[in-house]
Design a protein. Structure first.
Length: 226
């Protein structure tokens, strides 16, 4: 690999890997790490180009991040893990579960989406405008290049067809906020296409793990124990 992930590690037991969203880092899960580490070996990693993990030279895409996750697991001799992904982290976990089904124990997708159409237009339109502007200046300006790459993840990725989700073999929890930036019908579409998945909505917005940690953690632990 061309990068070394920064990560937070705590606890013992079955491994669970936490994957943050776009423009964030492992600290997003400060309300989950301590709670989950009481029963699991929790790892919260900074994705390529986020937090304290370097950008490296490989492509800046959800699929590359999924391969980075495989490299992280191999490096730390984690054969199989629970994956909890939020937003773009959920998209990474989803793609990983499709490409490496034998490496996933249980899968938790929080605020994930299959494509840009799954995001409410009031949120997505400014993202697309910002992406076009940043892309225009990306060859001449490092800051513009950075923003173009970050926003590009929300414009061009992950582009997963609903039919592909039937390939997910892991027992899956799809969880979102009642006022999430992801359209409710899109979240339901994801759950409907993953065999035997469970669907939970928690009152709140996109950031329920951060804003409602006790309720979110309880839903996650209950799912992992079933």
């Amino acid at each position: 690999m061309d990068i070394q992930h920064f990560y937070i590690e705590k606890g013992q037991g079955e491994p669970i890997i936490l994957l943050h969203g776009n423009g964030e880092d492992s600290s997003y899960f400060q309300g989950q790490i301590s709670a989950l580490s009481k029963q699991y070996h929790a790892y919260a990693i900074d994705t390529r180009g986020h937090g304290k993990t370097p950008r490296g030279s490989s492509p800046f895409t959800i699929r590359q991040f999924a391969e980075d996750l495989l490299g992280f697991m191999d490096e730390h001799e984690i054969h199989k893990a629970h994956l909890l992904g939020f937003s773009d982290g959920g998209n990474i976990a989803m793609v990983f579960a499709l490409h490496h089904p034998d490496r996933v124990n249980r899968l938790i997708l929080n605020g994930a989406n299959l494509n840009a159409a799954g995001v409410k237009r009031s949120i997505q339109i400014p993202i697309e405008i910002g992406y076009r502007i940043a892309s225009k200046f990306s060859e001449k300006n490092d800051s513009a290049r950075f923003h173009a790459e970050m926003l590009g993840l929300m414009v061009n990725d992950p582009n997963v067809n609903p039919e592909e989700l039937s390939g997910i073999r892991a027992k899956t929890l799809v969880i979102a906020g009642t006022k999430d930036m992801i359209k409710e019908e899109h979240t339901r579409l994801i759950a409907a296409n993953i065999p035997d998945s469970e669907l939970v909505f928690i009152k709140g917005n996109h950031f329920i793990a951060n804003k409602k940690p006790e309720e979110f953690n309880q839903a996650v632990v209950d799912f992992l124990k079933r």
